[in-house]
Design a protein around this ligand. Structure first.
Ligand code: ATP
Length: 606
């Protein structure tokens, strides 16, 4: 019986795969080989194991002939026992070698994927923020996980199965022709009888599997959307439980139908395949019988049995090799996709002779800075300002005017497109990234906490901080009262992305984290989302002392933060339209006054 599972279901290319067939070039093959090369010794042993086990695997079929002729028909019991033991021994030996081969094979595949994973993760860590904002997170994770796991499969199964199947097939054909060329030719001619129905069955089942896969994706989509914390909240608040249940039930029912159809398609085709695959042996018995009885007295029953047995051994390898082209294209596509990531240039990295000054003061200067995320739209136009060490600047302006973009340029999350940003008088592009980022601390609009304890999140900024330092930072960030109230104090879990905490608590923990980092320059990107006035004032109390005593830049939405700064920059459409202190700006009656009045009410009312 030809094997039904395995490569059968995966033996066809999707339309998308056909359209994106990779170009297999010599450099690509060389590059793949460069990952295999460090393991050439192990690969050589695998190759030898494959050759030996493939040849040994065929021997029992050959011995069957001798068991019949020299043992059974000659009625020689001793010979019979010897041959049976030899056959069992060979089969045992072949399987034993296969175990060793598969262990080594897996070992090599795991080590190669280990190398690839580390290299890919290291490369991704170097990519700029722009890469992460413009690429889908799901795609990045798929490359890291499924694509690299795919490579593991290619090395541990595709490559070796091509090799062992080719060797088995070649050896089987050679032995068949040595036994009897007429019967061997009959055997080779009947091969399409079982390969064609098997491929047809494979195609049908593959199409059904693909449909089931799409259905499964749809189900996962619904589950991900509706069973997530925020999704459930939306469902509940809009009273959509029944609607979502019906939607889920409908896809679930479709899935069941597909599964039944899929398993039945397999059954029907099995009937056809089984019938066709018994035609081959019967033909050999028939032609062999005629030859033996009428034309060739030397042809024995054993010889005919050997040919039938060898034909049976050819089913699997022929089917697998027919799928080889598809497997090959897929494997090359996997490698191409992975290499595409490796080849993406790291656009923000240390200059070859990057400077690392001994000490940082925190002076920042923007000189005619231009910036755009995409060529079509310029975001910052000619921004110039100067922040002296110890001072503070508040940046205000309408939403989308480019405030966050300005601060992102200082630690080089993005690089300027024109003009320059200097830190302590040196162009940030000439400073080492480690120095720059060590001396700048940003509390961003969206506070990100890792799933872990409060302590773990704080230690991220300073791994060797003492208990006293942690408590001190919490006190300064105005979060210590909250921490004390937790059952486990600093060891309380913050939940996935800090979801167990309120917005204000998360912000104060992130302020504590920045205080532990103790950078020279503090940057606060105040969240626009409104917090209640108690949370607001707690945050204000935490950042006020920092504004007064440290070099800081504040993207400010709250009046008290604005008033605390030494200078206010008003940004509109990517330009600085006004600058000065509060009283001057209010008097000028321009953009600042408008902003002020929309946010805090008419000036005359005050
Ligand atoms: P808000 O006060 O609402 O936070 P903002 O003044 O800080 O706004 P920025 O975040 O600097 O504004 O964004 C300025 C403009 O740049 C916006 O129009 C925004 O849509 C665009 N922008 C921001 N980030 C990107 C990005 N990664 N790719 C493309 N455009 C972006």
């Amino acid at each position: 019986m030809p094997p039904m599972g395995g490569p059968m279901g995966r033996g066809y290319l999707t339309e998308e795969e056909k359209a994106n067939k990779p170009k297999v070039t010599l450099p690509l093959l060389k590059r793949i080989f460069s990952y295999l090369w460090p393991y050439w010794k192990q690969l050589l042993i695998v190759l030898v194991c494959i050759i030996i086990s493939s040849v040994l695997g065929l021997l029992p079929s050959v011995l069957t002939g001798r068991i019949i002729d020299e043992g059974l028909i000659s009625r020689d019991l001793k010979m019979l026992i010897i041959l049976i033991l030899a056959s069992l021994g060979v089969s045992f030996g072949s399987n034993l070698i296969q175990v060793a081969e598969s262990y080594l094979n897996n070992w090599i595949a795991q080590h190669i994927t280990f190398d690839l994973r580390n290299k890919m993760y290291g490369h991704l860590q170097k990519m700029s923020q722009g890469f992460f904002t413009s690429n889908n997170q799901g795609d990045i994770i798929t490359r890291m996980t499924s694509d690299i796991s795919g490579v593991e499969r290619v090395i541990s199964s595709t490559f070796t199965s091509i090799l062992s199947n080719s060797i088995t097939l070649i050896c089987a054909v050679v032995i068949m022709y040595r036994e009897n060329w007429i019967l061997a030719t009959v055997g080779v001619l009947v091969i399409p009888l079982f390969t064609i129905p098997t491929r047809l069955a494979g195609k049908t089942r593959w199409e059904l599997t693909r449909e089931a896969q799409e259905c499964n994706d749809e189900i996962n989509g619904i589950l991900n959307e509706t069973l997530s914390v925020s999704g459930q909240l939306l469902v509940k608040l809009f009273g959509k439980e029944k609607y979502e249940y019906n939607r889920y039930e409908k896809v679930n029912a479709k899935m069941i139908k597909l599964h039944i159809k899929e398993s039945m398609a397999g059954r029907w085709f099995r009937v056809v395949i089984n019938t066709f695959s018994s035609v081959g042996p019967m033909l050999i018995y028939l032609v062999g019988g005629i030859l033996m009885m009428k034309y060739d007295a030397n042809l024995s029953v054993g010889d005919i049995t050997v040919l039938v047995a060898l034909l049976g051994r050819m089913y699997g390898p022929v089917n697998s090799l027919l799928n080889m082209q598809v497997e090959w294209i897929r494997s090359m596509a996997l490698f191409t996709r992975i290499f595409e990531y490796f080849d993406m240039p790291v656009d923000i990295e240390n200059a070859p002779d990057a400077i690392t000054p001994d000490k940082a003061l925190g002076n920042v200067e923007f000189k005619n800075v231009q910036f755009s995320y995409t060529p079509e739209r310029q975001i910052l136009k000619d921004i110039s300002f100067d922040l002296k060490s110890g001072n503070s600047i508040a940046i205000v302006g309408p939403s989308g005017s480019g405030k966050s973009t300005i601060i992102n340029l200082i630690p080089r999350l993005y690089d300027v497109c024109g003009g320059e940003v200097t830190f302590d008088g040196i162009n940030v592009k000439d400073l080492s990234l480690e120095f720059l980022r060590e001396n700048i601390g940003i509390v961003s609009q969206e506070t990100y906490l890792f799933n872990g304890t409060i302590r773990e999140n704080l230690l991220y900024a300073k791994p060797d901080a003492t208990e006293e330092e942690l408590i001190e930072a919490c006190k300064k960030a105005n979060i210590y009262d909250f921490v004390k109230k937790q059952d486990k104090c600093l060891d309380a879990m913050v939940g996935n992305r800090g979801l167990k905490l309120s917005g204000g608590e998360k912000q104060r923990i992130s302020i504590a984290r920045i205080l532990l980092k103790n950078p020279v320059l503090f940057i606060f990107d105040e969240a626009t989302s409104s917090l209640d006035s108690i949370s607001e004032s707690k945050i204000q109390e935490a950042i006020d002392p920092i504004i007064h005593s440290r070099t800081s830049i504040l993207i400010a939405h709250r009046l008290s933060t604005i008033l605390a700064a030494d200078e206010i920059l008003v940004i509109k459409d990517g330009r600085i339209v006004e600058r000065g202190v509060h009283s001057e700006l209010v008097k000028a009656g321009g953009t600042y006054t408008q902003l002020y009045e929309t946010q805090f009410g008419k000036l005359d009312d005050k």
